[in-house]
Design a protein around this ligand. Sequence first.
Ligand code: 2DT
Length: 208
Amino acid sequence: MSRGLFILFEGCDRSGKTTQSTRLVQALKDMGIKAKLVKFPDRTTAIGKMIDGYLTQKSQLSDQAIHLLFSANRWEAMNQMRADLESGITLVVDRYAFSGVAFSAAKRLDFKWCKSPDVGLIAPDRVFFMDIHPDDAAKRDGYGEEIYEKREFQLDVRAKFFSMMDKSWAIIDAMKDVDLIHRQILLLTKKALQAQEAEPVPIAKLWT
Ligand code: 2DT
C-alpha cells in the first residue's frame, strides 16, 4: 500500500483555505480515498490554547515566544501525521510552517531564525497557495477580528509567502468562483496522487 500525500493550503487570511481544504477532504472521501483534515494552529491542545489566547488578544506574548509556540504546536502533531501518512491517509493541511515564517518575518524577525524551529518537520508534497489581495480579503465577512488582519501587514505576509515558493506550489486565484477553485484543486490533487502511485516518493523533511 502506498503512503498518503501531504497536501497543504497556505495563503493570507480570508483567502478561502478552510472552505477549500474541507471540500477537498470530502471529495477525496467520496472517491474512496482515505483523507483527513488537519488545521494549524491546532487550538485544542495546551499549546494551542496559549496560541488562541494570543490571537484573540486575551493575552500577550513576545514575537519570539509566539513563534516558538506555533512551531511546537506543529511538532506535537508530527508523530500522528507520520503515522497517518504511512497508513495511507492523505492529509489535507490548513496552514503550516510557511505561515509561521511569513507572519513572524513580516514582524521583522530574522528570516533564517524564523525557519529554524521548523527544520525537520514533515514536508508537504503539494502546496496550494490561495492568493488574494488583502484589499479584497478585507471585504470578506469576519475580517479584522484577529490580531494580524491589518492591510500593510497582510501585504508583507503575502510577499514573504512568495519568497518561499518552489515547484511544489501552485498559485490559486482565490477571487474565482468557489466551485471552479474546488475543481481546479481536485484535479491537481488527483494528478499528485497518480504521480505518487506511478513513482512513489518517500516522506521528506522540511528545509534540510
Ligand atoms: P487561522 O485564522 O488560520 O486559524 O490562523 N499563524 C498561523 C502564525 O502566525 N504562525 C503560524 O505558524 C500559523 C500556523 C496566521 C490564525 C493566525 O495565526 C497565524 C493567522
